[in-house]
Design a protein. Structure first.
Length: 120
């Protein structure tokens, strides 16, 4: 009968202390830096107000309240904000004039009051 070799858990889980290559990660970081420089040079994310008002069918507005300091930030904040950012980016790609005033929303009432005032 053969005797089986018993391997302890520490022997089985030992990892080599070899330094892993970061060539792929470095390449991705280089691409990221190049794209950020290109976007900054072309001012991709800078938009001036239009000279004349756009028609209502060609505008898109998103508001997002700034996170209050009365509690901890959680995944819901990121989830909601990322949906807003995606929607604005998508509408900009469709050629719409977009406004995303982050942090100008305290409650719904000031926005409603401003909308009523604009409608008059």
């Amino acid at each position: 009968m053969e005797t089986s070799k018993v391997i302890s858990a520490t022997d089985a889980n030992e990892t080599k202390t070899e330094k892993r290559s970061t060539v792929k990660l470095d390449a991705i970081r280089d691409i990221e830096k190049q794209m950020q420089k290109l976007w900054a040079d072309l001012k991709i994310f800078e938009v001036d107000a239009p000279d004349r008002p756009a028609n209502n069918s060609n505008t898109f507005l998103v508001t997002f309240p700034y996170p209050y300091m009365n509690g901890r930030l959680h995944l819901g904040h990121t989830f909601s904000l990322s949906k807003c950012e995606f929607a604005v980016g998508f509408q900009r790609l469709r050629g719409k004039h977009c406004l995303f005033p982050f942090g100008f929303h305290c409650t719904g009432m000031p926005i409603r009051a401003a909308a009523v005032k604009l409608r008059r």
